[in-house]
Design a binder for this molecule. Structure first.
Ligand code: 1HN
Length: 355
């Protein structure tokens, strides 16, 4: 019997429906109603899981990679930190990538440029350099350094010790947009065109050279030395009340417009004083943390992750979490918050203090 339009179709007629789905599937069509409630969920749903990388455990493997491949051959000798729920996707959250990069004494990771933005958070070593468009920055523990999109960059280590840093990139975001380009410079090193640290001298003192024309969506600062940001936290703690969810938390900004220092990755530094126990918090931006100093633990969705200096951990989007500090601790973190804000998507939730 043929069904006519207007008749109430029988509910749950699964064989007929499946046959229909198969037929429209050959035309590259699919029934929305079968996936509707998975597409628009009442709350964020992420495949990502919380995870922690203990630096003491990871470091020997990173150093071992140094005996297997040179920075030159690898182009970048990095061990990717993969979200355990996203193996093979070069993703620590759904939108962001993280890895640990090793440059041994005497090595150069050759110059290239790509659409992806990168950040470096120096973990180990002192005095190696990264170069952005011909300007070197020396790398000290805790320094936060930006490689803006499509800028020539290379890394080198003229010191006697290995240098290790955490890389954060917007690789999954750029992949989502299918917008990736990369180019290798014809030589290993891009010519040095400016003195070391020039960007901090020019733009890092709340001034700018007269006549400077801002490039939209690009911070003229690409180096945020830890000594300076650490001092800001230390001085603020004397007068600032502790935020019950974040301790004392600052965002790195583009000094020209006060917006995020990077367009695709938001970056933060926070101080948690000894004994601090934060109230639970959740936000739509999955966040990667690394401890620069101190130790503590973060409870993420009911699971406790103990961390100390140099460990990296990830909090998935919308996962309730709270930090506790066993001693004064400084956390660097990054997420896609700035992108979500621009798109009108960002939301957060804060637990209220018990009465
Ligand atoms: C890259 O260019 C760097 O420049 C680090 O140090 C990690 C991961 C994927 C693609 C490019 C770097 C990267 C990367």
């Amino acid at each position: 019997m043929n069904e006519r339009p207007g008749d109430n179709p029988p509910a749950g007629n699964s064989a007929a429906r499946q046959a229909f789905y198969d037929r429209i599937g050959t035309l590259s069509m699919a029934p929305l109603w079968e996936s509707f409630h998975d597409l628009i969920t009442p709350e964020p749903v992420t495949p990502c899981v919380p995870a922690l990388w203990n630096y003491r455990e990871v470091r020997p493997h990173l150093l071992e990679s140094g005996g297997l491949i040179s920075a030159q051959e690898a182009e970048r000798r990095v061990l990717i930190l993969e979200n355990p729920a996203l193996p093979g996707r070069a993703s620590i959250t759904h939108s962001l990538y993280a890895g640990l990069q090793l440059v041994l004494p005497g090595e150069v990771a050759p110059s290239h440029r790509h659409s992806q933005s990168a950040l470096r958070l120096v973990i180990e070593g002192s005095g190696a350099y990264t170069s952005v468009n011909g300007e070197r920055t020396l790398m000290e523990k805790g320094d936060f350094i930006i490689t803006p999109p499509w800028s020539w960059h290379e890394h080198g280590n003229d010191t006697g010790d290995p240098v290790v840093w955490l890389d954060g990139l917007d690789i999954p975001l750029v992949r989502f947009f299918d917008a990736s380009f990369v180019e290798r410079y014809e030589e290993d090193s891009f010519p040095e065109t400016r003195p070391v640290g020039d960007n901090v001298a020019r733009y890092g003192s709340n001034m700018r050279p007269v006549g400077y024309e801002a490039v939209p969506a690009r911070s003229p600062m690409f180096s945020y030395p830890y000594v300076r940001s650490r001092e800001a936290l230390e001085r603020m703690r004397r007068t600032e009340e502790w935020d019950p969810h974040h301790g004392l938390k600052m965002e790195f900004v583009n000094p020209l417009d006060g917006g995020p220092a990077m367009t695709t990755i938001s970056t933060f530094l926070q101080l948690l004083p000894k004994g601090f126990a934060a109230l639970p918090y959740r936000a739509t931006d999955g966040t990667v943390y690394t401890a620069i100093e101190g130790s503590g633990e973060t409870v993420i969705g009911g699971e406790t992750f103990a961390w100390s200096a140099d460990d990296v951990f990830v909090v998935p989007a919308w996962a309730p979490h709270h930090h506790r500090a066993a001693e004064d601790a400084v956390l660097f973190s990054f997420s896609d918050r700035g992108v979500q804000r621009k798109l009108g998507l960002f939301r957060e939730w804060k637990a209220e203090a018990p009465a």
